[in-house]
Design a protein around this ligand. Sequence first.
Ligand SMILES: Nc1ncnc2c1ncn2[C@@H]1O[C@H](COP(=O)(O)OP(=O)(O)O)[C@@H](O)[C@H]1O
Ligand SMILES: CC(=O)OP(=O)(O)O
Ligand SMILES: [Mg+2]
Length: 394
Amino acid sequence: MKAILVLNAGSSSLKFALFATEPALAEQPALAGQIEGIGATPELSARDAAGKRYQEPVTTTGEQAEQHRDALTHLFRWLAAHNPDLEIVAAGHRVVHGGERYSAPVRLSEAVLRELDEFVPLAPLHQPHNLRAVRAVAALLPEIPQVGCFDTAFHRTQPALAQAFALPRAISAEGVKRYGFHGLSYDYVARQLPEVVGERASGAVVIAHLGNGASMCALRDGKSVASTMGFTAVEGLMMGTRTGSLDPGVLLYLMEQKGMDAKALTKLLYKESGLLGVSGISQDMRTLLASPAPEAKEAVDLFCYRIARELGSLAAAAGGLDALVFTGGIGEHAAPVRAKVAEMAAWLGVDIDVSANDAQQLRIDSADSRVAVAVVPTNEEGMIARYTMELLGR
Ligand SMILES: Nc1ncnc2c1ncn2[C@@H]1O[C@H](COP(=O)(O)OP(=O)(O)O)[C@@H](O)[C@H]1O
Ligand SMILES: CC(=O)OP(=O)(O)O
Ligand SMILES: [Mg+2]
């Protein structure tokens, strides 16, 4: 089997998917899974196209970088063992930050990687791990081409106003502006929309990508016009462990009155806040929805409230609201979250069909709703495979 290997590397996890390229690029992966717990007790879990599940421990040694290399070596061996005729023709990577320069997927060379290293401080939770995986693959399989697909690229169509901060010009000119993320997901979902909401797909659309990281995007004619995430992936919505937007005065207060430095603030903003921080229980929406604790309810309520507030703002940017689309782990599966957001968006003409929502149907708007409301499963890996195939001209 000839296939494209798609990788999405995080700090302690490596998500992977294998897409057959012949006779044509497959929409769904032949195999997909992840190695989790890198740095602790790594374990590989995967699922093939027939739904068969696999699980096994992974042995790693040495420092974090070597552990990622070991995890990849294990993955390659495991993939080959499960697909004796496997030929990996290319690797496509999720690279979260492409800065101002990269508005499309790019063939990755050491020179390009060095440029992408510059964006590490802008996406500390993602970028260093993304790039480390590229270098590890280059060392293990030097003969295959590698392609970087950027979360920021889809948003480069935004008008200048949507990308601007009210900062002095000299700082803005250095590239301190709003980039937006989750673009692979938005691009995939936007391409599905004509089938799901018809002509409305080219009108004013807001997509809510609600996963561990969460953001929303306003689209017009299928192109991004505004997003809740900005310079980094911490702006906007409340997330699993990230604050989302915060009065910058809070940071000044914590620095001046509590003596917190940049490192402590980074930890607070990215790892200790959001659903986890507010509930004090978990970052996992499933756990919170099942919990009787009032703190869990408060966290979920705040999560939904923030989405509803941002929806109003994005409708303003899009010039209305023809369709509202939910995606990501929470957007696709958490019916109570969708119901709460819809309730707060009634003023915009949103009305959902309760049973369609509970049944996770593709369209969940009621017959009376002025706005089409949809649940569209995202496929960031499939999008990366498609970009990789296109760029390599296969
Ligand atoms: N059935 C479900 N009901 C509610 N929430 C769910 C369900 N399945 C997954 N989730 C939530 O989705 C979130 C993870 O989203 P996902 O998009 O998979 O994350 P990531 O950003 O890591 O890819 C978690 O908060 C998880 O609890
Ligand atoms: C950009 C971002 O927040 O990504 P994730 O959802 O993978 O954390
Ligand atoms: Mg995600």
